[in-house]
Structure formats: C-alpha cells, structure tokens
Design a protein around this ligand. Sequence first.
Ligand SMILES: NC(=O)c1ccc[n+]([C@@H]2O[C@H](COP(=O)([O-])OP(=O)(O)OC[C@H]3O[C@@H](n4cnc5c(N)ncnc54)[C@H](O)[C@@H]3O)[C@@H](O)[C@H]2O)c1
Length: 242
Amino acid sequence: MTFENRNALVTGAAGGIGKATALKLASFGCGIAVCDINEAGLKAVASEIKDKYGVNTVSYTVDVSDENTCRTMAADAEEQLGHIDILVNNAGIYREGYMPFEKQNSDLWNRKIGINIMGTMYLTHALLEPMYSRGWGRIINIASVAGIYGIANMVDYSMTKGAIIAFSAALAREATEKGVTVNAVSPGNIITENGRNNEHLSYIGRSGTPEECADLISFLASDEARYISGVNYPIDGCRRKI
Ligand SMILES: NC(=O)c1ccc[n+]([C@@H]2O[C@H](COP(=O)([O-])OP(=O)(O)OC[C@H]3O[C@@H](n4cnc5c(N)ncnc54)[C@H](O)[C@@H]3O)[C@@H](O)[C@H]2O)c1
C-alpha cells in the first residue's frame, strides 16, 4: 500500500479498532492525529506510535459529539501536520443501553446519535473543504453489520450505523469527482480489550481482530484504493447470526 506524504486523523484511537488503525497507518509512514475521550489511553497510543514508527504525531482529548471542539481539533491538526488527507471516523459507543427498544429512553438515543452520527458529520464537514482544495482525500466511516441487518436490543445503535452507511454513500456522490473517496466499513463481531471470542457469530468460527479491520481501513485509505468510493464493506467472517 502506498502512502506518500499522507497524514491521517483517527477518532476513538485510544483502543480497539481505532488504535489498531492509527498504528497501522503509522507503520506505512503516515503522520497521525489521534483523538479520544480517554486521555490516558490516548497518551499511551501516541507514545507507542512515536516510539515504534517515529512519525509526526499529535493527540487530542476530545469528545466528538461537541461540534466546536471537533472544528478546533480539525483546524489545529491541519496546522500541526500541514494537511489531513485521511479521516477515519471510528469513535463510537455501542455497549451502553443493551435492551429492548421499549425500555430505552431518549437520553440514550441522543447520546448515540451525538457520538456515532454527529461526531462523524462534524469532523467530515470540517475536513472536507481542505481535502477538496488539495484534490485528494480519503474518508472512512466505521459503521457496523448492525446498520445493515439490525440487531435486537441495539435498535438505537443499529439506526446510527445505518445512517453512517447512507451518509457515506450519499457523500461519495458529491465528493468523489473532487478527488475525495468516501467509504464505510462495517465490522461484525470484533474482539477488543473487553470483548470475548464469539465462535458462533461467523462461519469463520471466531471473532475478528482490530488489526484485521485496520488492514481493510488502511487499504481504503491508500493510493491503491483510488477506484473505490461510495461502498460499504462488511468485515464479519461471513456473518452467521444476528
Ligand atoms: N468491536 C466490535 O465488535 C464492533 C462491531 C461493529 C462496529 N464497531 C464499531 O467500531 C468502532 C470502534 O469500536 P471498538 O470495538 O474499537 O470500540 P472501543 O470501545 O474499543 O473503542 C471506541 C473508542 O472510542 C472512544 N470514544 C467513545 N466515545 C467517544 C467520544 N464521545 N469522543 C471521542 N472518543 C470516544 C472510546 O473511548 C474508545 O477508545 C465503533 O464505531 C463501533 O461502533 C465495533
């Protein structure tokens, strides 16, 4: 994969898929801006990136559901690194409020919408025009198989991820001719720090890893993915059961 003079901003990079993606892009020589609400985790990732790969790295303790902070971070990252060419909107919440829809409440919905949908829109909006002005960009939005099939007890979450898939497809139809590709990636069951292996959910017979997701995300961010835009890629080991 080719990444010449590229910088990436990865949200939700303190752990899981975001951390694996930031490390993978750094391994290809990309300058990296990482953001998360988990300050300690973020610091650890930023030092790991610098120690292992020595690339320019900046980090931001930011809640992506806050529009002003997102815009300030985007402008600062552009200034610090020179240009942000790749945006990976990965920050998301899904563990909160696992329950039937009738038991949920609007606070829960608004929180999921704020982080999973609005965070993606704020940062994309802030970084899109600079990408247009340079005629090159990659936006990769992390959705979920929940947004394709729907998952019981995760109705609100499924709705936010369905929105991300539609957002990506629609924006690609505006952005691609200006040099910016937009794609979604929909993980199935991926084992992260607090997760367990779920053999029954895929025909492969195991959960996926953050590194496997990072490989796909990095490919979509690379020069070689130049003819791919407006697509949603499931990465779920051939999902068996929802
Ligand atoms: N792990 C899975 O099985 C799976 C499956 C499908 C989709 N996803 C999606 O992949 C993405 C990453 O998930 P993960 O499994 O790596 O989860 P994770 O919880 O390990 O990582 C998510 C990161 O986002 C951060 N975050 C949460 N709220 C934030 C906010 N308001 N502002 C900034 N950062 C915030 C968290 O602190 C965390 O570091 C999410 O969008 C998730 O919905 C995960």
